[in-house]
Design a protein around this ligand. Structure first.
Ligand code: UDP
Length: 464
């Protein structure tokens, strides 16, 4: 038996694949071999998007079907979840069995919490396992506490909030959460909600199989949560996207030209705008937002994914592109982690996905928050109320964030020295955590040492 061999199972979405891929790069640096699962659909996208010269050193990409037909909508999370549960468990079992015919059999599984069913496969096949959570530890602690929330009368047995408007606090010092923002309550009613809620309940049922629960966060930003649930170990912020020549796992090809455009801008001048991989804008809001960016008078870099709005290509207000000229750079997908590390970027207009949040924090950036979905509302309150490094963009009575607000919030945010000082302190704290001796560094080491020891035990057993 050669190298310790990990089977990595991400949830098939961009915000899950990127951080797990980074964690796998860390494992490779510590002498592991990794088999990384992608659905066939996502695998094609990852390969197409791979930038020239980037590698997957010691990571083998393997595909499994997701159970959906070629034309079905992969953004329909309930349908996707239901479909892959039907086909993936058997595929994983076969992969594990096949690896036993090689000199590096799989000994450990690294499973996204949202793919909890895979922990059951691991148990069946006697693999050691760890669960990975790519969002705020607070959100995981809350999901793991669903039975408690039911008994406290926060949600009913189907996960619906008892009161739409009330917030609750899981434990002392923890942020307030609105149960109507739980993913299953936002995704649609009936069967759709049931599938997602059951998926969470199932993950909770099997989570004890995992010897470790690790997450991309760090101690100081969620301290009350780590006290509330000490089983959750922070190992972040993961340095996604900052390894020269290692693949990030993008689903869209990055437009690296925006980095040379940033080189030409003044330090601390650019408004960077990106809403992750999933957010959708209606055409009216898209146009209003464009006019807001124009009104700031500042240089901006704006990620407009091809599916950000209907007809992204011609949805811009009349004459917008001509008027902003070279002051505005628009790309379909940015190498975001490098963008946020660039000194020209002043602030980040973000949907507050957790990866984006961590990437902004670790680079000491200020945020304008525009959450779209689920845990992004929690992340917004962390940014604005706890860490105090950002401001909210708030829709008016008609549900629209108007151009005047975008302009005035950018003007309010950028000269704010207190926020800037707090953002720099957060950046330093983040960096201290992942250096030798830092809490996240030590947690990662504990995790890695444990799976290596297990590997040696198994090796000894097999050679007796
Ligand atoms: N991202 C990127 N380029 C872009 C937009 C997003 O590299 O133009 C990356 C971003 O850095 C983050 C991920 O995509 O790592 C999005 O994850 P997040 O949790 O922020 O949001 P989600 O897409 O899950 O809503």
């Amino acid at each position: 038996m050669g190298l310790p061999h990990v089977l990595a199972v991400p949830y098939p979405a961009q915000g899950h694949v990127i951080p797990l891929m980074e964690l796998c790069h860390c494992l490779v640096d510590h002498g592991f071999k990794v088999t990384f699962i992608n659905t066939e659909f996502n695998h094609k996208r990852v390969l197409t998007a791979l930038s020239a010269g980037s590698t997957m050193k010691q990571i083998t990409l393997v595909t499994v079907p997701d159970g959906l037909g070629p034309e079905e909508d992969r953004n329909d999370l309930a349908r996707l979840t239901e479909a892959f549960m039907n086909v993936m468990p058997r595929c994983l079992e076969e992969l594990i069995e096949k690896s036993r015919e090689t000199e590096d059999p799989m000994t450990c599984m690294l499973v996204d919490y949202s793919m909890g069913w895979a922990l059951e496969v691991g148990r069946k096949k006697s693999l050691q396992s760890a669960a990975f959570w790519p969002a705020a530890a607070q959100m995981l602690a809350t999901l793991l506490s669903v039975p408690e929330l039911v008994s406290r009368g926060v949600i009913d047995g189907d996960g619906s909030p008892i009161s739409e408007h009330e917030t609750f606090q899981l434990g002392p010092g923890m942020p307030f959460i609105n149960a109507s923002h739980f993913i299953w309550n936002l995704i649609g009613g009936g069967r759709t909600k049931e599938i997602i809620f059951n998926c969470i309940l199932n993950s909770n049922r099997v989570i004890d199989v995992a010897e470790f629960i690790i997450c991309n966060s760090f101690k100081e930003i969620e301290e009350p949560t780590f006290c509330y649930n000490p089983k959750i170990l922070p190992i972040g912020p993961l340095l996604t996207g900052l390894r020269p020549s290692r693949a990030v796992g993008y689903f869209w090809p990055e437009d690296a030209a925006c980095l040379s455009w940033l080189d030409e801008q003044q330090q601390g001048s650019v408004v960077y705008v990106a809403f992750g991989s999933f957010t959708i804008f209606d055409r009216l809001q898209f146009q209003e937002f464009a006019l807001g960016l124009e009104a700031t008078g500042r240089p901006f870099l704006w990620v407009v994914r091809p599916d950000l709005t209907s007809d992204s290509a011609d949805a811009y207000p009349d004459g917008f592109k001509e008027r902003v000229g070279d002051r505005g750079k628009i790309v379909a997908w940015a190498p975001q982690q490098k963008v946020l590390a660039h000194p020209s970027v002043a602030c980040f207009v973000s949907h507050c996905g957790w990866n984006s949040t961590m990437e902004g924090v670790r680079n000491g950036k200020l945020f304008l928050c525009w959450p779209y979905f689920a845990d992004q509302f929690l992340n917004q309150s962390y940014i604005c109320d706890d860490w105090k490094v950002g401001l909210r963009l708030t829709p008016d009575e008609s549900g629209i964030v108007k151009r005047e607000q975008i302009k005035s919030k950018v003007e309010e945010l950028l000269p704010n020295e207190e926020m800037t000082a707090r953002a720099s302190t957060l950046k330093e704290t983040a960096q201290r955590n992942i250096k030798e001796g830092g809490a996240s560094f030590e947690n990662l080491k504990t995790f890695i040492d444990a799976i290596k020891a297990q590997h040696s035990n198994l090796k000894n057993k097999l050679s007796v």
